[in-house]
Design a protein around this ligand. Structure first.
Ligand code: WTA
Length: 628
């Protein structure tokens, strides 16, 4: 697509959205029954339904309909943690496996609308189980296998899950992860889970509850490979995915079948310009939304060949990503800035030792990418031959909203560039008024699009309050941004209390409650601080209970405690002891001040005299000097 075509189609998509979305839905998706209305509801009713009356099945769209042409085409190339482990599944193979597991689920009593928790490493079974759920209309809730037993438990309970699909162990960077053990621990407080299906990944002997636990391979060996896809309403839920917000527990973002699938399919095609014969590799774990939309649903709906990788960028060495690209002749590569930064730090030699001449397009997602890093990606990884698409989106948005399009968007490294079709962003001030070009503000979206989440599972009010209350009539993203005179968006990152650590989304409040669940801690306040590799890291102000001694050993214990409660992704980097926290007269912690102190920006603290305890500021600055 060239720039003129992009502009024409964009104009059409926002001036006649219903016609545009109807055309796209027709072109990209096979419907069992056509919809009656394209969209009902909007950002004032906050109850949107896309393609009402339409019927379809997501799994059918990802597999069955391709079988005529693609039965023998590879769907998934799986590359294990060890370079010599791999598996290739054709569309025919994948279809059979998925149908088998769909029958397994049915035999285990799983019905349409039931929630299935998936806690698996990056192995083909993760995709198989997700698609099997979609096939029978069960709602999957994938939980990233790096989350702790406690985080897993919270998500199982919130979604009223009865069955968990897991593995004996995970394997990443040569290290094993005790996945089954984590499930056992989580289930101590989940009495409603009566069945656990366990994939044998490493073969390690793990505790096995003969009544509750079942081996995946044993169930599969007896399962029939014929299974009709369930006919689903477009508005039926497809999955729940938990993500962190500013406040409270992680929320269950719920996506529906029709709108989500249309959006996943079209954005995959336009953004990555996927053509037959391309080999597409997205490094995201299926535990995150990128793994859902751009590892499974988007690519498979387009009949793509994907690479699924179990391991890390640095094992056995820092060339691993580039070796995999050469090995499978990857043409489209999509990863996160944190990985690019980490690999760049190790020096060009790890990249230049490989060929990479199969590459055509590079993508990035998850956090702002610094222009220098983006240029390195373009120059060194892509040999100045491959366009880079810096794609901005969120768990809630279902798919990419702002991104360059290959061939259409002149490159400005570090900018997510222009909105995709049907997307109308704006930058607004604190009062909700649009700001001038180049002025920073809050990023909102003004028109509905089909990929947007339907609701927060069991908490529609939270959905309304979180996203639609502050700026009426708009979807509030939680990100800060500015738009330049050429209409390019520059995303600054979160302007709420969400932190992005190595691209992973964590709410400060979650980390604070993890701290305060330790017996030594009285109060905790957590902020994100810029980090050269991880993007941000956790800086914690800890106020201990009377009589507790401030030792390094206690710091280590607290760090371990947070890791145990949430998972290693939430490892705090710095702990600063504090006697008190800056509070407003109404008792609210002033995080703005804490953030500035942690970042060493004491000069711009602003007026602190209105605090209930202004004296605390000097003490915090002094202690910060000692801590850093
Ligand atoms: C951030 C990930 C800058 C942003 C798909 C957003 C980005 C949050 C970009 C959502 C980008 C994502 N440039 N920031 N290209 N992409 N973000 O839900 O702060 O894990 O709000 O979804 O990631 O994170 P989530």
């Amino acid at each position: 697509m060239n720039q003129a075509q992009y502009r024409d189609l964009y104009k059409f998509s926002i001036s006649q959205p219903d016609t545009f979305w109807a055309e796209q839905a027709e072109k990209f998706i096979s419907w069992h029954t056509r919809w009656q209305t394209v969209r009902q509801g909007d950002f004032t009713t906050n109850d949107m339904t896309w393609f009402a009356g339409g019927k379809l099945n997501a799994c059918y769209n990802c597999l069955d309909r391709h079988l005529g042409k693609r039965k023998d085409q590879t769907a998934i190339i799986w590359q294990g943690d060890e370079p010599d482990t791999e598996k290739h599944l054709t569309y025919g193979d994948l279809h059979k496996e998925v149908c088998r597991f769909a029958n397994v689920l049915k035999d285990l009593g799983v019905k349409k609308g039931d929630r299935v928790c998936i806690y698996l490493p990056m192995i083909p079974e993760a995709g198989i189980v997700m698609l099997a759920c979609a096939r029978i209309g069960a709602i999957h809730s994938v939980v990233f296998a790096g989350f702790s037993p406690d985080s897993l438990k919270t998500r199982i309970l919130d979604a009223d899950v009865k069955i968990v699909i897991t593995a004996d162990e995970g394997l990443r960077g040569g290290k094993t992860i005790p996945i089954k053990h984590n499930v056992d621990k989580a289930l101590e407080s989940c009495p409603d889970v009566k069945t656990v299906v366990v994939v044998k990944r490493t073969g390690k002997t793990v505790p096995f509850d003969a009544k509750r636990d079942k081996w995946y391979h044993e169930l599969m060996s007896k399962a029939n490979a014929d299974c009709m896809p369930e006919v689903m309403d477009a508005d039926d839920p497809l999955f729940i995915l938990y993500t962190s917000g500013s406040t409270g527990k992680p929320k269950g973002v719920l996506h529906t079948t029709g709108g989500y699938l249309v959006y996943a399919a079209i954005t995959f095609k336009y953004v990555f310009d996927y053509q037959d014969g391309d080999i597409y590799w997205c490094t995201a774990d299926v535990g995150w939304v990128t793994g859902h939309t751009y590892n499974i649903y988007g690519p498979l709906a387009n009949g793509a060949t994907i690479v699924l990788y179990e391991g890390t960028p640095s094992y056995p060495d820092f060339s691993r990503f580039w070796q995999i690209i050469d090995k499978y002749k990857v043409t489209i590569f999509y990863t996160a800035p944190t990985a690019i930064r980490a690999l760049r730090r190790e020096g060009d030699k790890w990249v230049t030792a490989t060929n990479r001449d199969s590459l055509k397009l590079l993508g990035t997602v998850g956090e702002p990418i610094n222009p220098n890093v983006c240029e390195w990606y373009y120059d060194v990884v892509g040999n100045k031959r491959c366009e880079v698409v810096d794609t901005w989106w969120q768990t809630e948005t279902g798919g990419i909203l702002i991104t360059p399009l290959p061939g259409a968007t002149p490159f400005k490294p570090g900018s997510a560039s222009w909105p995709l079709f049907g997307i109308v962003p704006a930058v607004v001030d604190d009062k909700g008024n649009e700001v001038e070009p180049d002025k920073a503000g809050r990023l909102v979206i003004k028109q509905p699009w089909p990929g947007l989440m339907k609701t927060i599972y069991k908490d529609h009010q939270r959905f309304v309050n979180n996203y639609f209350k502050d700026v009426p009539g708009c979807y509030l993203t939680g990100d800060g941004a500015r738009c330049d005179k050429d209409g390019y968006y520059w995303i600054a990152g979160r302007n709420d209390d969400v932190i992005k650590i190595s691209g992973h989304r964590i709410g400060t409040e979650e980390v604070e409650s993890a701290f305060t669940s330790h017996p030594a801690v009285s109060q905790a306040a957590v902020v994100g601080v810029a980090d050269e590799i991880k993007g941000q890291h956790i800086y914690a102000y800890i106020n201990t209970k009377a009589g507790v001694e401030h030792t390094d050993k206690l710091k280590q214990e607290l760090v371990q405690h947070v890791r145990d409660v949430i998972g290693p992704i939430a490892t705090p980097e710095v702990i600063q002891w504090t006697k008190d926290l800056p509070k407003t007269r109404s008792g609210k912690i002033m995080r703005r001040i804490l953030r500035k102190i942690a970042c060493g920006e004491d000069e711009s603290l602003g007026d602190t005299s209105t605090l209930a305890n202004p004296g605390v500021v000097e003490e915090l600055i002094a202690e910060h000097e000692k801590t850093k």
